[in-house]
Design a protein around this ligand. Structure first.
Ligand code: GLA
Length: 673
C-alpha cells in the first residue's frame, strides 16, 4: 500500500516494512524512514533525512546519483516539486507512486517511481528523466535510486565477489568510512561482482537483526556506491552504467532507468533471503509455477566433439535415469567444431547433422524428453559466414583495434537490424524443430563500446528474449555468461533459470550456491551432476554427494553418461527419482541456511534437509538445528518412519555422525496429524 498522508509525505507499507518519503525544505524528496512498519501518525512525526536521488550543486559533496550538464555547460539540479501520481494498490494490486519533480530553471523533468507489489517486501524504485526543452542535455549519471539506512553505531557490508568458475563468494566486512564502489564495467553484470548489496549494523546473524538490502534489475554495466560518512550516516546509490559513460538526452526524449529494489528485514540474513526469494518467485520470474525439468546438458561430456550418433546415445542414457529435457550444448552449428569458428551461423553443421536436427530431436522426443539447444546470439567468430557477410555488425570503434576474447567479437546489439536478425534466426530455429529450451550464453565482455551502446544493447537483448517468449509461450530459457556472469534480476525477469557457474565440482559448488542463494531462489539455480574427477578442478566426490549438492537447485546432469557404470546409472536413477519428490519443496518452499554446509526447505507440511561435508575442515559435529517448524507439531522421518517433535528438531537438532569427507545426506520430514 502507498498513501499520501499529508502534503509532501508518502508512506509505503509492505507486509513487514515501511518506507517514508518527505519533501525537504529545499524541495528535494528525502528518505524519512526505511525499517519496521509505522502508523501514519508515527510517519508524520519523522523529519526528512537524506535525499532520494542526490544531485550536484549546493552543499552536496557526497555521491551524486544524478549528474547532468545542460546546453550552456551549467551542471546540477535545483529541485522543484510538480506533483505526484498515486495508485495506492492493495487487494492484490500493486501500488505505484510517481513523485514528479523538475529543475527550477532548466527543462528537465525527473520522475521518482516507487512500486510495492502485493504480498512482497520489496520496494521497486526507478527514475525517469525527460528533456522538455529544445536543446540536448548530457546525462553524466542517472542512478535508479539512493537508499539510506538509519543511523547506527557501526555498519557491515555484505556483497559477493568472484571470477569465472568461482562466482558469488560472500564477503562480509566492516564498512569503511569512505565510498566503496561495487561495479561492473564489462557490459554484463559480471562474475567478479553481482549487482546487489546488504548493510547491517554489525550485529545481524542468520536469523536475528536488521538488514537492509537492494538489488538492481540490470544485466549490463552497473555501479553501486556505498557511502559511510564521518557523521556515521550510511547508504548507497546505484544504477546502470559505470563511471564515464554518458547519455545524450535529445529534445523531447526520456530516459528510464532499471528498477533498483530494496528489501528490509528484522530477521537477519535468512529473513532477507526469504523476502527476496518470495519476491522473485511471485513478481520477477516470467513463469514461476513452471516445473523446472531435470536437464541433461552435453557440454562437459563432449565439449566440441559432437556427432548425431553420440548425442542419441547420450539421450538414451539420460532418459534411462529420468532426465526430462535433453540439451545439446555448443558445437552443433555452422563450422563450430572448436572455439575459433562458426559463432553466428545458426544452422546445423552439415557434416555432423546431414539431415538437420530433426532426427535427433525426434529421437529425444520418442525417449519422452523435451529438446533444447545452446546458443550465443550476441557473439560472432571472425571465421564465420555471418562475419563475412556483415562485418559492419560488430561492436567496435573507429581507429581502435577490436579485441577478441575467446576468438570472438560481439555483435552490436544496440543496432535494431542486428537484434531483428537475431530474433528471426532464433524464431526460425525454435519453430523449425519445436525447440523447448534455449541456453542463451554470452561468453565475452564488451570492449570498444561507445557511450551510445551500453544501455540500448542490453535493452535489445531483453527485447529479443521478450519477443521470443511472447511468440513461443512454452519456450524455456536459461541465462548464461560463461557460467554465472549475467545473473541478475533483469535476466531472471525473462528467463526460467540461470547457469550458475562452469565450476561443477560439488565440493566447490557449495560456496557458489551459498552466495547465489542470498538473493536468487533455488528454482532459478541451474546445478549439474558431472563426472569425478571433475573436468576443471580434478576434485573427486562420490556420486551421491554430487547429487545432494545439485538437488539444492534446479537439478541437471552434465557428466559423460557413457562412462558411468551400470551401478552409477542405477544410483543416478534412484537419486533423480528422489529429487523429483522433493523438487516442489526445494523450488517452492522457504529456504533456511542451517550452516554453510546445510540447507533446509520447508513448504507447508514438507521439510527437506540437504547437508554435505565437502572436506575434513568442515566440523560437522554440532547437531543441525532445523528452523521454522511447528514446535507443537510432530514430524515423520520419511526414510525411517520415526516420529520426531518439531520443538526437539529445532532445539536439539539432527545428529551429525560424519567421520569422513565426501559424505552427504538428504532428509525428508512430513508434519503429521
Ligand atoms: C560457456 C558456458 C558453458 C558452455 C560453454 C560452451 O563457457 O558457461 O556451460 O556452454 O560456454 O562453449
Amino acid at each position: 500500500m502507498i498513501n499520501y498522508e499529508e502534503p509532501g509525505l508518502w508512506l509505503l507499507a509492505t507486509p513487514s516494512s515501511a518506507y517514508v518519503v518527505r519533501l525537504g525544505p529545499d524541495g528535494a524528496p528525502r528518505c524519512a524512514h526505511w525499517g519496521p512498519r509505522l502508523t501514519p501518525d508515527q510517519a508524520r512525526a519523522l523529519p526528512p533525512g537524506r535525499e532520494e536521488l542526490p544531485g550536484e550543486g549546493g552543499e552536496r559533496f557526497g555521491v551524486a546519483g544524478l549528474q547532468v550538464r545542460y546546453g550552456d555547460a551549467v551542471r546540477g539540479v535545483e529541485w522543484r516539486h510538480l506533483g505526484h501520481e498515486i495508485d495506492p494498490g492493495g487487494d492484490g494490486a500493486a501500488g505505484h507512486l510517481v513523485i514528479r519533480m523538475a529543475d527550477r530553471h532548466y527543462p528537465l523533468e525527473i520522475d521518482l517511481h516507487y512500486r510495492v507489489r502485493p504480498g512482497s517486501d520489496a520496494i521497486d524504485r526507478w527514475t525517469t528523466l525527460r528533456n522538455t526543452g529544445d536543446e540536448p542535455i548530457t546525462i553524466l549519471r542517472c542512478d535508479s535510486a539512493a537508499w539510506t539506512v538509519p543511523q547506527r553505531e557501526d555498519y557491515r557490508l555484505t556483497h559477493v565477489t568472484g571470477g569465472w568458475g568461482a562466482e558469488f563468494q560472500v564477503r562480509r566486512t566492516a564498512l569503511a568510512t569512505a565510498e566503496t564502489v561495487l561495479t561492473s564495467r564489462r557490459g554484463h553484470s559480471g562474475h567478479h561482482a553481482n549487482p546487489w548489496v546488504m548493510l547491517d549494523a554489525g550485529d545481524a546473524t542468520e536469523d536475528h537483526g536488521e538488514v537492509w538490502s537492494a538489488a538492481l534489475a540490470w544485466s549490463g554495466s552497473w555501479r553501486i556506491t556505498v557511502e559511510r560518512d564521518h557523521d556515521g550516516r550510511a547508504g548507497w546509490s546505484g544504477g546502470f552504467g559505470h563511471e564515464g559513460v554518458t547519455w545524450r538526452l535529445g529534445p523531447g526524449e526520456a530516459l528510464e532507468t532499471p528498477a533498483f529494489s530494496g528489501v528490509y528485514s528484522a530477521e537477519g540474513f535468512g529473513g532477507i533471503s526469504h523476502r527476496w526469494h518470495d519476491h522473485v518467485r511471485r513478481h520477477v520470474l516470467p513463469e514461476p509455477r513452471r516445473v523446472r525439468p531435470v536437464v541433461f546438458n552435453s557440454w562437459e561430456a563432449t565439449e566440441f566433439d559432437i556427432s548425431q550418433a553420440q548425442q542419441m546415445e547420450l539421450a538414451e542414457l539420460a532418459a534411462g535415469i529420468g532426465v526430462e529435457l535433453f540439451v545439446m550444448d555448443d558445437g552443433w552449428f555452422g563450422g563450430r567444431t572448436g572455439e575459433t569458428a562458426g559463432l553466428g551461423d545458426w544452422w546445423p553443421n552439415p557434416e555432423r547433422f546431414p539431415d538437420g536436427l530433426t532426427p535427433l530431436v525426434e529421437h529425444v522426443k520418442r525417449l519422452g524428453m523435451a529438446f533444447g539447444l545452446w546458443v550465443e546470439p550476441e557473439s560472432v567468430n571472425p571465421d564465420s559466414e555471418l562475419y563475412r557477410t556483415h562485418p559492419e555488425w560488430v561492436l567496435r570503434q573507429p581507429n581502435r583495434h577490436p579485441t577478441e576474447v575467446r576468438n570472438q567479437l560481439l555483435l552490436d546489439f544496440s543496432r535494431d537490424d542486428v537484434a531483428d536478425w537475431a530474433y528471426d534466426r532464433l524464431d526460425e530455429l525454435v519453430t523449425g524443430d519445436d525447440i523447448a529450451f534455449l541456453k542463451w550464453d554470452m561468453n565475452r565482455p564488451f570492449t570498444e563500446a561507445g557511450d551510445e551502446v551500453w544501455v540500448p544493447y542490453i535493452r535489445n537483448v531483453y527485447a529479443v528474449i521478450d519477443r521470443l517468449r511472447a511468440a513461443h509461450p512454452h519456450l524455456m530459457i536459461e541465462g548464461c555468461a560463461s557460467g554465472g556472469g549475467r545473473a541478475d534480476l533483469g535476466m531472471i525477469a525473462r528467463t526460467d533459470q540461470i547457469w550458475t557457474s562452469d565450476d561443477t565440482d560439488a565440493a566447490q559448488r557449495i560456496a557458489i550456491q551459498h552466495g547465489y542463494g542470498q538473493i536468487y531462489p533455488a528454482c532459478t539455480m541451474g546445478a549439474w551432476v558431472t563426472d569425478s574427477p571433475n573436468a576443471i578442478t580434478g576434485g573427486r566426490t562420490p556420486l551421491a554427494f554430487r547429487f545432494h549438492v545439485a538437488m539444492a537447485g534446479a537439478l541437471g546432469i552434465g557428466g559423460d553418461l557413457r562412462r558411468w557404470g551400470p551401478e552409477d546409472l542405477e544410483q543416478a536413477k534412484h537419486l533423480v527419482a528422489r529429487y523429483k519428490e522433493i523438487r516442489p519443496v526445494v523450488h517452492g518452499g522457504r529456504m533456511d541456511r542451517l550452516a554453510d554446509w546445510a540447507v533446509q526447505y520447508t513448504l507447508d507440511a514438507d521439510v527437506v534437509v540437504l547437508s554435505w561435508r565437502p572436506t575434513m575442515l568442515v566440523r560437522a559435529t554440532a547437531p543441525l538445528r532445523l528452523r521454522g517448524l511447528d514446535p507443537d507439531g510432530r514430524y515423520r522421518d520419511e526414510d525411517t518412519g520415526e516420529i520426531c517433535h518439531g520443538a526437539l528438531l529445532m532445539s536439539h537438532g539432527l545428529p551429525r555422525p560424519w567421520p569422513f569427507e565426501g559424505v552427504s545426506e538428504l532428509k525428508r520430514f512430513t508434519r503429521v496429524g
